[in-house]
Design a protein around this ligand. Sequence first.
Ligand SMILES: *[C@@H]1O[C@H](CO)[C@@H](O)[C@H](O)[C@H]1NC(C)=O
Ligand SMILES: *[C@@H]1O[C@H](CO)[C@@H](O)[C@H](O)[C@H]1NC(C)=O
Length: 364
Amino acid sequence: MAASPLLISLASLLLLGLAALGTLPGAAEAARAFFVFGDSLVDNGNNNYLATSARADSPPYGIDYPTHRPTGRFSNGLNIPDIISEQIGAESTLPYLSPELRGERLLVGANFASAGIGILNDTGIQFLNIIRMPKQLEYFQQYQERLSSLIGGEETQRLVNQALVLITLGGNDFVNNYYLLPYSARSRQFSLPDYVNYIISEYKKILAVSRRVLVTGTGPLGCVPATLAERSRDGSCDVELQRAAGLFNPQLVQIINELNNEIGSQVFVSANAFNMHMDFISNPQAYGFVTSKVACCGQGPYNGIGLCTLVSSLCPNRDIYAFWDPYHPTERANRIIVNQIMSGTTQYMNPMNLSTILAMDART
Ligand SMILES: *[C@@H]1O[C@H](CO)[C@@H](O)[C@H](O)[C@H]1NC(C)=O
Ligand SMILES: *[C@@H]1O[C@H](CO)[C@@H](O)[C@H](O)[C@H]1NC(C)=O
């Protein structure tokens, strides 16, 4: 991946954390607040405000967005948080750095995600100025102070406790760290299983410090167009990166279960984005895609090399491609993923899906 100046991570295991399930009666009327943390899969424009190369603020990004303009989302249209907002009946959150995020708009929640970041501080260093997890959590505190001066401390606490939180993290710790260079510092320091243990232990600290909510994981890193272009001879998924995801994801589920046990309630929910992606990667035609190997926008083999820009080759119909750019799904693929988040079985959502959570909360 050294040759690609590239971005970002991969679809993943997303974790939805829900704080204080349904403790306060009567609060279910207004759409609940939504907070988003993580990387490019969920960034909706924070990096537009930063001096970084990890950005999606020029065409053809956003070509199918309602405004048909780039927004900073790494998608042709909507991304996963947008579609979740749609499902819970809320407007999309604004990027935390947007000057429009003030007044009443604060009540909707906020998106703190930043393309290029990972669990580790040294992930994505080539992107320079991005919002790493400690900073995202600091901004979340700052957000609460700002909201507090608007609606008071008690109401702020209530809004935050009842919010839905999404965290998508981990893919970049592989593609933009361990596997970034043939002999990366981290790969010289750790064998793959030891590296996974290390990032999982760091992840658990992030989850532990950020209250009772949150977050993360990695998708089929070996199957995205960027990986196929860089590492695959025959178009089959790269075994090494699939192995990395295969080691990481089960351990993530394990720490989620541990945290839930420690807390004594199902605060954390893990979404198995690996399985969600593998469905349409293994059988794209069954999902109405002509291919899951070739990105809609890019260049070179599988359109998997470099950035998606105005000079890239661009597919005419984004709805029949699983991947928009070398790393990120199309809006249509994001909709398939969110459908599983909403109503998937335990093979996808553990311990329960989002519609079950919403129904439980509406009852209490
Ligand atoms: C990451 O950076 C923050 C400060 O920005 C620091 O508090 C934290 O300990 C660092 N994490 C690691 C694992 O070095
Ligand atoms: C998930 O959601 C669907 C639709 O709301 C529901 O029927 C189903 O039982 C749920 N599955 C699990 C495993 O929770």
